[in-house]
Design a protein around this ligand. Structure first.
Ligand code: PRP
Length: 210
């Protein structure tokens, strides 16, 4: 049988994902000294781990190139969901927030507002839900710069410790959603390899820190 292929999000979620896999007895030693390699056979070749950028994890799982994926709810909210979200893994906790310069009131006044975000779909949906006509400008990173440079009134971004906002004189003005890492499955894989996937999800569920 082909190995069960799992796409992991590189970077922020990687360490916690590998730790969770090790807690359920998978030998992930190859992932500790990985160099520039991107594909790793683990668990005696029963599982193949693939390292990818967050949005690409979704693309690989949606299209069946990977059976499973570990990705943040932030990326899921931004990039749609033609897959099953099967487990909240409990780590990678942060929140989507609307933030602006300290003392500013985004919701005050009648003038139309602008926000910057790496997550334009999340931002647009949030304001549409409030019946607010807000212009959203896509920024690739360090979104905090946008209000500081006068490009926008505020940002919609993920806040984890809050230290980036604080260091730049910004503060949370509203919370949009709570975020954590999720285990996702390709819809066909979940039918064809149901038993293996359910066993893995059940093991992971037992080691999740609530
Ligand atoms: C994220 C996010 C904030 C920061 C929040 O950026 O966009 O800038 O982390 O974390 P904190 O509340 O703990 O300070 P990331 O580090 O992913 O970099 P980027 O903005 O360059 O994408």
């Amino acid at each position: 049988m082909k190995p069960l292929r799992i796409a992991l999000t590189k970077g922020r979620l990687e360490k916690d994902t590998v730790a969770a896999f090790e807690k359920i007895g998978m030998d992930c030693s190859l992932l500790h000294d990985k160099g520039r390699k991107l594909i790793f056979p683990i668990a005696d070749g029963k599982i193949e781990v693939v390292l990818a950028k967050a949005a690409d994890v979704i693309t690989y799982v949606e299209n069946g190139a990977c059976d499973l994926g570990v990705v943040g709810k932030d990326t899921i909210m931004e990039n749609g969901s033609h897959f099953y979200e099967i487990l909240d893994l409990g780590f990678g906790r942060c929140r989507f927030a609307l933030a602006g310069k300290k003392g500013d009131s985004f919701y005050g006044g009648y003038s139309s507002k602008t926000v910057a975000s790496k997550y334009p779909n999340v931002a647009k949906q949030f304001f549409a839900g409030k019946n607010m006509d807000v212009r959203v400008i896509k920024i690739e990173g360090s979104v905090e710069l946008a209000p500081l440079l006068g490009l926008t009134d505020a940002i919609v971004d993920i806040v984890e410790t809050g230290s980036t906002l604080k260091a730049n004189g910004l503060e949370v003005q509203d919370t949009i959603a709570e975020i954590s890492a999720r285990l996702i499955a390709n819809t066909v894989s979940l039918k064809l390899r149901k038993k293996e996937i359910e066993e893995l999800a059940e093991k992971l569920e037992k080691v999740i820190e609530k």
